[in-house]
Design a protein around this ligand. Structure first.
Ligand code: SF4
Length: 363
């Protein structure tokens, strides 16, 4: 986020004030009652939430829990962290609030330490692992470790990436497609189709391994091919919806859109001025929950639309025509979806259980 074209983080407070947190709790309560929601998930994201220490995280989660007292809606809490500053006190706060932490890790030490470095330039791998050990400790009170978030990297063979995360006994790991768009994709380094082939090979390794580790991208593709209705922000024509609340209380669209241009995520409303429901209809917010609202014609006509959903919105951007494109990973997604569909067809499931996914181009 800090290196994307949108540099609006520079004008944000480094943490959410107590007053803004209280207002967030009130707006959240108002929203879940309006929409009669049974569950809502709030993830403390950064930046790096652990920079603020255990008591600030405790205060943040505590205010949100208090706002839901007596509500029929279940509040799930999470935190995305780089893992380097996790302390026993932070783990204790997460346990008390029933929160789960996901940890960002790029892979084995020699890979992770290329980009993930501390302020002094040292690789962060060892301190990440120390943090994960604390989060995943089984006692007292059980693990609060949710799994790893990684970025797909074709420079690492899929078998090596899989075996690495599997060796860490992770309950889950995901491999996100890098946030390139039509203007920034490095075609000379990774020709079109590189990521699709990489993910398809990862799928074969994972599915035949009997691993208990969930890989969200792959399990989601399977679920959608088998008729699932909801994907998440990167896959499927519908997701449960996502809104970012910045530290100053402003509503923003998903932060990875900051890879497009300055100010792209700001929707011009905030906790103080508007209820959360007023942000639902903004085109860049709606484009993640109901992907058909902003999909290109070629995506809406595509044979794998019900699984792909046009790919991730930031991957569709080009300066010349905005988001009205298929994903820059279009061929990769088609390849992966076709590959997984072939596997499922070979499992003896009734034909009606599998969406009629073909990958021979558009219908
Ligand atoms: S595979 Fe390509 S054309 Fe089809 S929905 Fe996905 S991005 Fe759009």
């Amino acid at each position: 986020m800090y290196e994307h074209p949108d540099q609006s983080w520079r004008s944000q407070p480094t943490r959410m004030s107590t007053g803004t947190t209280t207002l967030l709790g009130a707006r959240l309560r108002e929203y879940v009652e309006l929409r009669k929601l049974r569950q809502v998930l709030v993830i403390a994201h950064g930046g790096e939430p652990t920079l603020h220490g255990a008591s600030a995280i405790d205060e943040f989660f505590g205010a949100l829990r208090a706002s839901m007292n007596g509500s029929n809606c279940r509040l799930s809490l999470g935190m995305q962290t780089n893992g380097t500053l996790v302390t026993p006190d932070i783990v204790d706060v997460l346990r008390r609030h029933g929160a789960v932490a996901g940890v960002s890790l790029d892979g084995p030490q020699n890979v992770n330490d290329v980009f993930r470095v501390t302020k002094s330039g040292q690789g962060s791998y060892e301190s990440v692992m120390a943090g994960v050990t604390l989060l995943a400790a089984a006692s007292p009170g059980g693990s609060v470790f949710g799994g790893y978030l990684s970025v797909a990297n074709p420079d690492i063979p899929p078998v090596r990436a899989f075996e690495f995360f599997e060796s860490l006994n992770a309950p889950a790991a995901d491999f996100l497609l890098p946030d390139f768009n039509h203007d920034t994709y490095p075609y000379s380094k990774w020709p079109t189709g590189t990521f699709g082939a990489w993910l398809a090979e990862l799928f074969d390794i994972w599915i035949t391994s009997g691993s208990r580790m969930d890989i969200r991208t792959l399990s989601c593709v399977m679920r959608l091919i088998l008729g699932g209705k909801y994907g998440y922000d990167s896959l499927g024509p519908k997701s449960r919806g996502l809104l970012v609340i910045e530290t100053d209380g402003a509503y923003h669209a998903v932060d990875s859109l900051k890879s497009a241009y300055e100010g792209v995520t700001d929707i011009g409303k905030c906790l103080e001025s508007h209820p959360i429901a007023s942000a639902e209809g903004h085109p860049l917010v709606l484009a993640l929950s109901d992907k058909s609202s902003a999909a290109s014609t070629s995506c809406l006509d595509c044979s794998v639309w019900e699984v792909c959903g046009g790919g991730y919105l930031p991957h569709r951007f080009s300066a010349s025509s905005g988001f009205n494109h298929e994903s820059v990973y279009c061929q990769d997604l088609k390849h992966l979806i076709g590959h997984v569909a072939s596997y499922l067809r070979g499992q003896g499931l009734p034909a009606t259980a599998i969406r009629p996914v073909t990958t021979g181009g558009t219908r």
